[in-house]
Design a protein around this ligand. Structure first.
Ligand SMILES: Cc1cc2nc3c(=O)[nH]c(=O)nc-3n(C[C@H](O)[C@H](O)[C@H](O)COP(=O)(O)OP(=O)(O)OC[C@H]3O[C@@H](n4cnc5c(N)ncnc54)[C@H](O)[C@@H]3O)c2cc1C
Length: 393
């Protein structure tokens, strides 16, 4: 096994690191304080080619492999989880789904606009009454002579207020359960698409989060992504990429916690010496370092498998579970190293602590990741009993 990055991967990582330090880090605190979704910064991220990193060049993307994509996401995740969320949603949840399931016309229409940042996309799976049980969609799509009419509601949708296109999952026939689901590409200026901002989140204050009403939204057959009955597979395949991206972003938070804590511990003096000289402080640094390295290796393994075209649902869930839980622990430990100074937003650890908490919730909670892993180990699917193993879409 070769742990060395290629020269190109090193260059991409260094570029993403410099971009993060120069463009993102300074704005992150102000945007969080102002609860501002920084459209100008999103534009700069798009100009870097980070919104379509894994999309082939023929559709306007950067044509990079997943491992390299993970390196970019790690750096942006260190700078600001709100901006990392933009990349994860746009690239992994939206672009990867269109790339995998779209017709040639859909790919040609949507991907160049999404990769360039001209359009933003959002991923509408969660509903007020449907979270972990994603197959149990209450949103309905009813057949009409000219296409479909969608009615329902979506909840917690990242970029739902700013997106030009929304992937909307809906049930076409409740009797068919997950086999009746379909995914639609809804243009958000269509009548009946009604987003509302969600305020007062614990973290991700600079991220746009929406609840969305869907009131007689009319779509044509051309706007279906995949076939009727493939909606659940579309969602699961998108989440396979999304979870990788969240995990990579969490490695960035872990890395940031190590760097900031080492810096602070060597500067801060107590008892006439740097606090870094105390063994109990070094223990905290060491614990964070071990978690960071282990999380990164798991993310790289998942990326390697994706690039090799091999099944990776299990390995992606392992990476997501471990990296997100580790990032929560590292952010907590980093505040401990900073003492009272870590309790205000003068230091990024305060924001990391609030921003990271959602990562063990969204794109499948830690409990759901454990059930995916348990299914792979036992062959028993605790989530959708009539599926023998995780959907490998
Ligand atoms: C800031 C933010 C952004 C988000 N962005 C998006 C987005 O862009 N698109 C989107 O579709 N969704 C998004 N989500 C929604 C997110 O994916 C859901 O919150 C998540 O899937 C959990 O669903 P839930 O909140 O309904 O919790 P629930 O499913 O109600 O779970 C509550 C608790 O019960 C546990 N639980 C549930 N079922 C089981 C089970 N079978 N076994 C064991 N434990 C179980 C869960 O692990 C959790 O601890 C976002 C959420 C947030 C907070």
């Amino acid at each position: 096994m070769d742990f060395d990055l290629t020269d190109e991967q090193k260059l991409v990582r260094e570029t993403a690191r410099a971009f993060t330090d120069n463009e993102i880090v300074d704005r992150a605190r102000d945007n969080a304080r102002a609860e501002r979704f920084d459209v100008d910064l999103v534009r700069k991220i798009a100009d870097q080619g980070y919104l379509g990193a894994i999309v082939p060049r023929e559709y306007g993307g950067a044509g990079l492999d997943h491992l390299t994509y993970g390196l970019i996401v790690e750096e942006i995740g260190r700078g600001d989880s709100a901006m990392r969320t933009v990349i994860s949603v746009q690239t992994s949840l939206v672009c990867s789904a269109i790339l995998r399931w779209g017709t040639e016309e859909q790919k040609a229409h949507y991907l160049p606009r999404l990769c360039s940042g001209e359009w933003l996309g959002c991923f509408g799976l969660t509903e007020p009454d449907t979270g972990s049980d994603a197959a149990n969609q209450r949103t309905r799509a009813r057949r009409t002579d000219s296409g479909w009419v969608i009615n329902g509601a979506k909840m917690w949708i990242s970029m739902g207020n700013h997106a030009q296109v929304a992937l909307v999952f809906a049930q076409t026939d409740p009797e068919l359960k997950h086999r009746g689901l379909a995914c639609f590409l809804v243009d958000t200026d269509q009548p009946g698409y009604q987003p509302q901002e969600i305020h007062h989140k614990m973290g991700l204050h600079a991220s746009d989060t929406a609840s969305i009403g869907l009131d007689d939204v009319e779509v044509t057959d051309d706007q279906m992504l995949g076939e009727v009955g493939e909606g659940f597979k579309v969602a699961m395949s998108a989440l396979d990429s999304g979870r990788f991206s969240v995990a990579a972003g969490c490695v960035g938070i872990c890395q940031g916690c190590v760097e900031e804590s080492v810096r602070y511990a060597t500067e801060r003096r107590q008892f006439d010496r740097p606090i870094a000289s105390f063994q109990l402080v070094q223990a905290m640094l060491a614990e964070m370092k071990v978690k960071t390295d282990a999380a990164r290796m798991l993310v790289w393994r998942a990326g390697f498998l994706k690039d090799a075209g091999r099944p990776n649902t299990l390995e992606t869930s392992v990476a997501k579970l471990y990296a997100t839980e580790s990032a929560v622990e590292c952010a907590n430990t980093a505040i401990q190293v900073h003492g009272g100074a870590g309790y205000v937003d003068d230091h990024p650890v305060e924001r990391w602590f609030r921003d990271v908490r959602v990562t063990t919730l969204y794109e499948g909670t830690s409990q759901i990741q454990k059930l995916i892993i348990g299914c792979a180990l036992t062959g028993i699917n605790a989530l959708v009993p009539d599926l023998p193993e995780p959907v490998r879409a």
